[in-house]
Each structure stands twice: as structure tokens, then as C-alpha cells.
Write a protein that binds this ligand. Structure first.
Ligand code: HMG
Ligand code: MG
Length: 322
């Protein structure tokens, strides 16, 4: 059989395996308030961020990344982190992680009442690490270890990110082995889950597939999440590829908000409305009320005066607002 046929036969098999488990619960990690809004050049009022998160909490989402404790000199939009976290209503059963770059960020987060989960972020590429956190990818991993050691002493849950899992805006294509190596370290340090970030949305079904296959030498699907920016319109396909591999946690951003300040031209994550519509259409359970989500997406797009990037929001908002 030719390589092409073998590859397609494998896909058909993995697809039918995925269909057999379609009723699975897929946990959505809503990253719009952090990953989405961090990229807004104009300061979004703290009250708007709080309103957005409160609306998202009422949709049935179980995990909402609230803000980041990064340097306000680097990302001024997140400078109101403590106020946002303190201002939101914490719904029982919902996790509200915050993104932490270093020990200083952790110290600031620990001053805020109620933070129980943090997210640390590493990169599979040096070029991105240097622009994003001002050190090499290896140095960033050491920094993360220090943050995690301190966070564990305080009993915090820790989620990890690996950026640039298929491509980097500075270093180009990324080898799967680089992703595997940094993911393995984050899991060894004690992250309960590592989210694989296609930071600039360059991945396709084949590159995501190759990246995931390499990871199976060190971990299993239940320790991973997928985080796809949608720059090239591939995010939903790439998420499906991850689901076919058994991954059951998907990061997305309401209304498709965002990008990354250190990845010029990258757009936001897959829109949460589009992801939920797709998953429900496949018979998956998310626990998310699509109507409430569409209204939250409309709220934030109107507040920042930008058209929604969610196709589902465009299609459904009129219907739901009648
Ligand atoms: P640096 O300039 O090398 O840091 O930045 P430094 O230690 O030399 O400190 C410089 C100044 O910043 C000092 O203040 C520090 O006190 C202050 P000064 O003495 O000049 O007045 N500082 C801080 N202030 C508040 N909070 C802090 C903090 N740390 C230092 N935590 C640093 C290094 C990591 C801080 C910086 O590069 C940074 O903040 N980077 C974050 C960039 C960022 O937020 N990027 C977006 C998030 S990652 C992402 O979006 C990808 C993801 O979505 C996954 C994917 O899509 O792939 C997660
Ligand atoms: Mg991101």
C-alpha cells in the first residue's frame, strides 16, 4: 500500500474510534478574558472585563482564565489583574486560573484572595521565548520550575502551556521532538495538564497529527489540551485532529477575541461559540449554553467595538436576541 493509502486508512480508523466516543464530555477552557483581551491596544475598562467573566461563568463553562500577572510594562492591558480577579463572582464548580510568568507574578497573585489555580507558559522555540519572556526557552523552563516549586507549597493547581507547537513567527517550523521535550518537563514538574499552543495558527491537520504522535512517547491524551489560534482558518480542523487523538480539553476564546502581543499578525483562538457548536453537532457534551455564550460574545464585541470573529455568533445573535 502506498504511504498515502496507509495514512488515510489510519485516519479513517482514528476517526471511527473518535465517533465511537462522541458522547464524551469535552472540557472547554475559556481563555478570552486573558489571551483574547491581552492583545487589545485600547485599555478595556476593568468593569467590562468583570461583566464579561460573570456572563461567561453563567454559561456552564467550567474553566475561565481570568487575567495574567505579567509585567504591565510588557502587557499594559493586564495591569488591572488584581482588580479583575477580586471583582468577579466566583461560581462554585468553576476554576478561575491566572497566567504567571515568574516569581514576581506569583507573589502578586498570592496577595489576591481566592486564586487557586495558575497557568505557566513555556515555548518550544527560542525565538518566541526571547520575544515573549525575554530569555531562552531553556531559561524559561528553569524559571517555571521555580514558580511551580513555590506555587506547590501554597497548594495551587498548575496548568502548563507550550507555545509554538508547530511553528514560530521567528524560528519557522518546529520539530515535534522540541514540543515533546518541553511538555515532558512541565508534566514532570507537576502540571496537571499541558495545553499545546499553535500560537500563530499555522498548523494543519498533518502537522498537528505529527506533533501529537511524537508526544505519545512521553504522555497520554488525558494530560493534554489543545489551544489553536485561527490565523489561517485551520483551528476547528486542528481541534478535531486533537479530538481524534483522544484529547478532551479544548482552549478557546469567546467571540474569537485576541492574538498574542509577541506574535505579530496572529489572530485570536478558535471562537468558543464555534467550538461549542461543532462539538454539540458531533454529539459531544460541553455543559455550555450556546445562547448565553453568544450573548456574552456579543457583549464583549460591542464593548470593544469590534465585529465578532465567531461565525456562529454572527449566525445566531439575531435569532437569540429576538
Ligand atoms: P523582563 O523585563 O526581563 O523582567 O521581563 P525583569 O525581571 O528584568 O523586570 C523588569 C521590570 O518589570 C521590573 O520593574 C520588574 O519589577 C517588573 P522595574 O524595576 O523596571 O520597575 N516585573 C513585573 N512587574 C509585574 N509583574 C511581573 C513582573 N515581572 C517583572 N510578573 C517578563 C520578563 C517575563 C516579566 C516579561 O517578559 C513579561 O511580562 N512577559 C509576558 C508577556 C506576555 O504576557 N505574553 C502573552 C502571554 S503568553 C501567550 O499568550 C501564549 C499562550 O496563549 C499560549 C499560545 O497561544 O501559544 C499562553
Ligand atoms: Mg494563546
Amino acid at each position: 500500500m502506498s504511504g498515502f493509502l496507509v495514512r488515510n486508512a489510519t485516519r479513517v480508523l482514528t476517526r471511527s474510534l473518535a465517533q465511537a466516543t462522541n458522547a464524551d464530555y469535552i472540557r472547554i477552557v475559556e481563555v478570552g478574558p486573558r489571551d483574547g483581551l491581552q492583545n487589545e491596544a485600547k485599555q478595556v475598562p476593568t468593569e467590562v472585563k468583570i461583566n464579561l467573566i460573570n456572563q461567561l461563568s453563567d454559561t456552564g463553562l467550567k474553566s475561565i482564565e481570568v487575567t495574567s500577572f505579567v509585567s504591565p510594562k510588557w502587557v499594559p492591558q493586564m495591569g488591572d489583574n488584581s482588580k479583575v480577579f477580586s471583582g468577579i463572582k466566583k461560581k462554585p464548580g468553576v476554576d478561575y486560573p491566572v497566567l504567571i510568568p515568574n516569581l514576581k507574578g506569583l507573589e502578586s497573585a498570592l496577595q489576591v484572595d481566592g486564586i487557586k489555580e495558575i497557568a505557566v507558559f513555556a515555548s518550544a522555540s527560542d525565538g518566541f521565548a526571547k520575544k515573549n519572556v525575554n530569555c531562552t526557552a531553556d531559561e524559561a523552563v528553569l524559571r517555571i520550575k521555580d514558580v511551580m516549586d513555590a506555587a506547590k507549597l501554597k497548594g495551587l493547581k498548575i496548568r502548563g502551556y507550550v507555545s509554538c507547537v508547530v511553528g514560530c513567527p521567528y524560528d519557522g517550523a518546529i520539530k515535534p521532538s522540541a514540543v515533546t521535550s518541553v511538555t515532558e518537563k512541565l508534566l514532570e514538574f507537576g502540571c496537571y495538564e499541558v495545553s499545546l499552543g499553535d500560537t500563530i495558527g499555522v498548523g494543519t491537520r498533518d502537522t498537528i497529527d505529527a506533533m501529537l504522535k511524537d508526544l505519545w512517547s512521553v504522555t497520554t491524551a488525558d494530560r493534554l489540551a489543545i489551544h489553536c489560534h485561527d490565523t489561517y482558518g485551520q483551528a476547528l480542523v486542528n481541534i478535531c485532529t486533537a479530538l481524534e487523538h483522544g484529547i478532551k480539553v479544548v482552549d478557546s476564546s469567546v467571540s474569537g477575541l485576541g492574538g498574542c502581543p509577541y506574535a505579530k499578525g496572529a489572530t485570536g483562538n478558535a471562537a468558543t461559540e464555534d467550538v461549542v457548536y461543532m462539538l454539540h453537532g458531533q454529539g459531544c457534551v460541553t455543559g455550555v449554553d450556546l445562547e448565553k455564550l453568544v450573548k456574552a460574545g456579543h457583549y464583549i464585541s460591542t464593548a470593544i467595538d469590534k465585529p465578532t470573529a465567531s461565525r456562529v455568533n454572527k449566525a445566531l445573535y439575531q435569532k437569540y436576541s429576538l
